[in-house]
Design a protein around this ligand. Structure first.
Ligand code: SAM
Length: 293
């Protein structure tokens, strides 16, 4: 699919208004269903950072959007948080809500927007880099973010990984294979240590990723569920009831499969660190304190 219709600055400035609604940064038509999906996202982030003493960390959040994770950093008493988002309204709202932190409006693929940020123990790019659809700026954004990571720090990013090449159904979303990511990461001296499945059923899956049969199954249920939520978006009360029911039905199989599977045909969260740091075995479950390494 062509990418010419997608202008990131105007697209995100229109969508991410800073009013705190998760539908601005999740699935816009699915209303409160997003709040259930974000619970799963947060569980994955906590899993990724298990054993890390956030109360002593410096965190950089790329594309904080409506500030869902900013509230988490605050709740964990992270002493230093900085971030960048392309939406002016989102940046204004984040500055007003978290005046103790350092936020800038900028483009992740623009090197000069990063001047004087310093370095961080944890750098996150959750649900953003696949929105940089041209490969050169994507690579530049990834390099810009990796340059912020402290020697013993972590870099976290999310994507749905096709087994090969890229997958693009929408002009503003380009999925990239693990090997594409790994090429840039290893070039910059980084290794993926763990992959944490975020969703199996609670977001639209890809059929060209891991476990294609599960991707197919997940896609069938998602088509029905998401359609029901979409057609009721003008009736918020009905949509809320449906969102609750759909999320409740999904909950048990979702949790069971997330506990069992190492990979998913849906969103995954990658935890990376410098190849030279003393790290634990890639994709091995977390161990004791400060143990992503
Ligand atoms: C899907 S939302 C995710 C927001 C947040 N990370 C979350 O998970 O809730 C994508 C975010 O990326 C931001 N964004 C998109 N392209 C960007 C770019 N090139 N530079 C900086 N921010 C960008 C948008 O403004 C939006 O806030």
């Amino acid at each position: 699919m062509g990418t010419s219709a997608y202008d990131p600055r105007s697209y995100w400035n229109e969508l991410v208004t800073g009013d705190g609604r998760l539908s601005n940064v999740g699935q816009p038509a699915l209303g409160v269903y997003n709040s259930y999906a974000y619970r799963s996202r947060l569980r994955s982030l906590k899993k990724a950072l298990q054993g890390v003493d956030l109360g002593r960390m410096k965190v950089f959040e790329a594309a904080f959007g409506e500030g869902f994770y900013l509230a988490y950093w605050q709740s964990q008493r992270v002493p230093v948080v900085a971030g960048m988002d392309i939406s002016e309204a989102a940046t204004g709202a984040a500055k007003a809500k978290f005046p103790q932190y350092d936020f800038r409006c900028g483009d992740l693929s623009c090197k000069s927007d990063f001047a004087d940020f310093g370095r961080f123990d944890v750098v996150t790019a959750i649900d953003v880099l696949y929105h940089i659809v041209n490969d050169k700026p994507w690579e530049q954004a990834l390099r810009n973010l990796l340059s912020l990571v402290d020697d013993n720090g972590y870099f976290l990013f999310s994507d749905k990984f096709p087994r090969q090449g890229t997958y693009q159904r929408f002009s503003h979303v380009r999925r990239r294979s693990l090997s594409m990511w790994e090429q840039v990461l290893s070039d910059a001296g980084f290794t993926i240590r763990r992959l944490i499945p975020v969703f199996v059923f609670m977001d639209d899956p890809i059929k060209c990723g891991e476990h294609p049969w599960l991707g197919f199954l997940s896609m069938q249920q998602w088509r029905v569920g998401a359609k029901l939520l979409r057609v009721t978006q003008d009736f918020p009360k009905l949509q809320s009831v449906l969102a609750f029911s759909y999320a409740t039905i999904q909950c048990l199989p979702e949790r069971a499969l997330l506990a069992m599977l190492k990979r998913t045909p849906n969103l995954e969260l990658a935890v990376c660190s410098r190849s030279s740091s003393t790290t634990s075995h890639p994709r091995q479950p977390q161990r004791t304190a400060h143990s992503l390494r």
